[in-house]
Structure formats: C-alpha cells, structure tokens
Design a protein around this ligand. Structure first.
Ligand SMILES: [Zn+2]
Length: 66
C-alpha cells in the first residue's frame, strides 16, 4: 500500500499499485491529481488545474507593459 497526501486538502490518499502518469481524484475534495512519481509516491495537480491558477494569478493587464 502506498500513501501520500492530497496537495489541495491534505487528506491521506492510498493506492495499492500507483502508476506514473495516471490521473486520480481525491476522495475528500474531488480535485484531479496526476501521479508524477511512484517511488517516492508523489501526486501533483493536473495541467488543467495549473492553467486555471495561472490565469487568475497573472492578470492580462500586465501584458500591455511589454
Ligand atoms: Zn483533496
């Protein structure tokens, strides 16, 4: 049994046989997570989630300054 913690809600996620590159869904907060490594077992937010985060963190107004 392999365990890690959800980077979104910090609850424990357990998988019997994690596969690198697989997408899992947190049972507590329902966020989509990608298994980026199996040894050690590390999960991270999917690319879709990160795109949304970057859009809100960097407003388009800043591009006009270039
Ligand atoms: Zn979670």
């Amino acid at each position: 049994m392999t365990k890690t913690r959800c980077p979104n809600c910090d609850s424990v996620i357990k998988l019997e046989k994690p596969r690198e590159g697989a997408i899992i869904v947190c049972s507590s907060c329902a966020v989509e997570l990608e298994i980026v490594s199996t040894d050690p077992f590390i999960v991270d937010f999917t690319d879709d989630w990160q795109d949304d985060w970057q859009d809100t963190d960097y407003p388009q107004d800043q591009e006009d300054e270039w």
